[in-house]
Design a protein around this ligand. Sequence first.
Ligand code: ZN
Ligand code: ZN
Length: 178
Amino acid sequence: MKIDLTSLKREKKSQVDLNFLLTLDTINYHGDVIKQLSPASVTGKLYVMNDKIFLTCEVYTEFQVNCSRCLKSFNYPMDTNISAELVREDAVEDEDDDEIDDLVYYQDDIIDLAEVVRENIILQLPMKMLCTENCRGLCSQCGGDLNLHQCECNSAEEEEGEGLDPRLAKLRKLLHQD
Ligand SMILES: [Zn+2]
Ligand SMILES: [Zn+2]
């Protein structure tokens, strides 16, 4: 979704309404591939104010992710707002400008909104994806899903295992099944 900013820059009060759907490339996140379930809907505008170009838009999309604790896949809706000033990549920095807005750089009067939206979404993704806020995760010893049943393992050691990679727990579960 590339937009030519030339006309926007020439006419000082103009604006461009944005209303489009965007399918993102695969997002790799902490080693996991995040699937986009529906194209992101982007609504908002590009506008000029005081000779500066701004972008403001709302992005809504839905992903399929895996829970960081129990590995179950679940739907993760995301609603985010982008508000930024667009700056030419080769622009001389304005020393007097104290207001530090979010800046988005563009080249040759072309802004690639797909890239802007994609980067913003990646920034908004939480460090941990949890299926429910109090997901109990997998037992660090037998790999069983503690949301489904409480296993017989030593729970004292389990507390210690909080930082254990759930994928390792899953592996242990597979080994146990043999
Ligand atoms: Zn979970
Ligand atoms: Zn267990």
